[in-house]
Design a protein around this ligand. Sequence first.
Ligand code: NAP
Length: 255
Amino acid sequence: MPLLQDHIAVVTGAGSGIGRAIAAGYAREGARVVVLDINEKAAAETAREIRDAGGKAESFALDVTKREACVAMARQVADKVGPVSILVNNAGIARRNGMLGAAEAVVQDWEDIIAINLTGVFNVTHAFLEPLRGAKGRIVNIGSIQSFLHLRTPSSPAYTASKHGVLGFTRALAAELGKDGVRVNAIGPGFIETPLNEKVRASNPELAKTFIAHTPLGRAGQPADIVGPAVFLASDLSAYVSGTIVMVDGGYRTV
Ligand code: NAP
């Protein structure tokens, strides 16, 4: 039997990159997938690809920073799709101004990154809590190597703070929701080739080489590399796993 048969899975930021790969992977394992993204067209494209491959998916536009919209979306999904049992908080952005950049840019980065990468995770989780508790659900939050350290790739203090926050939130939720049978874990991707880092890869190929040289597996990751761990954390294979982070970084943090 497919590993996620009879589950309804919500994936945020699923119009692109890692989220799109997870959504497709969950559908291959039998889940009905709710594809959410700020970009309505991209979300619809992911859902169409899933359906064309024989899976079950619908898509909706959602900006995770809009708390009321998240609550309304949870109602809409309950009415139109059914009770959600898996939530993947994947939507995220990266900006690369350090603290010493132009003040306006630094402040804007802080506000946008914290609003999407951290408050967005809270907003969507809070909105979908009821069905997740009812279903002894599973929550998978997308962290980063930067849930533990700062990378000078370059990256911003806001991004590092947001991903540390995602890990802290994961632990707090796991502690509080365990009694309801809800499991909450994170995934820490390493350097994964997606549109998120397209610009920096194009403008600074040396950076990717340096990163890969530090990675024991000796290559950049692809969105498909995240799918297996994401299926594991959403399925019964991980029935006694909660409050942890699975690093999918080619071993980056070991050396
Ligand atoms: P991506 O290809 O840019 O996909 C992210 C998706 O989220 C995009 O479709 C984006 O839409 C959407 N999004 C942005 N703001 C949103 C909002 N307010 N509400 C809803 N959706 C929103 O990036 P990715 O590399 O797959 O990243 C996915 C997650 O993995 C992020 O949390 C990222 O921090 C994390 N991560 C990535 C890497 C990596 O190397 N790629 C490493 C560690 C962690 P737009 O394109 O329209 O903005």
